[in-house]
Design a protein around this ligand. Structure first.
Ligand code: OSB
Ligand code: MG
Length: 371
């Protein structure tokens, strides 16, 4: 496999509705897309999940753009035979910047799967034809609006809901949703918003309202606080931001700080590491699931393919395209099917087509690199 060109596009897509977390509100998503082209005319697509501001992690669109243009794409052109594994090894000499690295690694996975005429899901060892999904619901202006929002998601077929919480927006909204939907599989995600001393308070409302899973209540490095919350808890303690590589996972497993693992391709630097972490967690009897970063159809297709692999057993944060964007850059859209599932594309590679016309409409910048 030889590369003829790499295109780096910057895109801005409006969200169907604002997405508010403990970090702030997002009205649209600005992100980078990587398009690899091989000398035999095949393409490979990757999306970089870094956001405009470094709120979820230290990366941003600007740092990822620099990393890709000035370091990772030149490094990719220097590889004698580019593959996800050879790129991952070569890129390891640069610290961090995992979202930038992931954009290239996943594009190489797509390109390789296409060159073998296989779906990405199959080339990752995926076995499921459909993956179970849920919906992540942002902080709403009022509790009544939240209950209404959750109700509409349930009517459209989602069987699991994750509420974004933060100090001041937790026990009241959680109680209201539980009162209205007594059987709902209810999760919460705080994106590190609580200090360790909030532990007993969180435990109280999570147990009282039957929350199945509490995600990342404390800071990224707060392994002991997460372990204390997980000890004897009736709910799973899920780590997201804390787990970025195998050593952070080993430390969390050792401490008993993780009883559910949110695997995000972007956060851990690619599909290869995602699979390795989920397999490692499964050996420790910790279930994994695929998390999302409001990706466009490109990143979503990678995430869905990953979620079809055996080590992922809980429902993923991968909703239908229309939950995020009125007009997505890929076709066909992901639609919610029976039993709160998305179908895993079967075509070559990611199995969805990037629609250049729509992409151009939302593109803010584009650069093409050649060896
Ligand atoms: O913490 O899981 C998170 C979106 C942006 C940043 C962080 C998170 C999220 C989500 C969205 O929860 C999940 C999705 O893509 O549907
Ligand atoms: Mg999270």
């Amino acid at each position: 496999m030889r590369l003829a060109s790499v295109r780096l596009d910057e895109v801005e897509l409006p969200l169907v509705e604002p997405f508010e977390t403990s970090f702030g509100v997002e009205l649209y998503r600005r992100f980078l897309l990587v398009r690899l082209e091989s000398t035999n005319g095949l393409e490979g697509w990757g999306e970089c999940a870094a956001a405009t501001d470094p709120l979820y992690s230290s990366e941003s669109v600007a740092t990822a753009r620099w990393m890709l243009a000035e370091r990772l794409i030149p490094l990719l052109f220097r590889l004698p035979s580019p593959s996800p594994e050879s790129f991952d090894r070569a890129a390891a000499r640069f610290r961090g910047n995992r979202m930038a690295k992931a954009a290239v690694e996943i594009a190489l996975h797509d390109l390789r799967a296409r060159s073998m005429g296989r779906s990405l899901a199959r080339s990752l060892g995926g076995r499921r034809a459909r993956v179970r999904v849920g919906v992540s619901v942002g902080i709403q202006p009022t509790v009544a609006k939240l209950v209404d929002r959750v109700g509409r998601y349930l009517e459209s077929g989602y069987a699991r809901v994750k509420l974004k919480v933060r100090p001041g927006w937790d026990s009241r909204p959680v109680a209201a949703v539980r009162r209205e939907y007594p059987d709902l599989d209810l999760w919460v995600d705080a994106n590190q918003a609580y200090p360790p001393r909030a532990l007993e308070g969180i435990r109280a409302w999570a147990e009282k309202y039957g929350v199945a899973q509490v995600e990342q209540p404390f800071a990224e490095r707060a392994v002991r606080a997460h372990a204390a919350l997980a000890h004897g808890a009736s709910f799973r303690v899920c780590l997201d931001e804390s787990i970025v590589d195998s050593s952070s996972l080993e430390d969390a497993l050792d401490a008993g700080a993780v009883t559910s693992l949110n695997v995000k391709v972007a956060r851990v630097g690619g599909l290869g590491t995602s699979l390795a972490l989920a397999r490692r967690a499964a050996r420790a009897r910790v279930p994994s699931w695929v998390g999302g970063m409001l990706e466009s159809g490109v990143g979503r297709a990678h995430n869905v393919a990953l979620a079809s692999a055996p080590p992922f057993t809980l429902s993923s944060d991968l909703s239908a395209s229309d939950r995020y964007y009125r007009e997505d850059i890929t076709d066909p859209p992901f639609v919610l099917g029976p039993g709160s599932t998305l179908a895993v594309p079967r075509g070559p590679g990611i199995g969805v087509e990037v629609v250049e016309r729509v992409l151009r409409k939302h593109r803010r910048a584009s650069r093409t690199f050649r060896p």
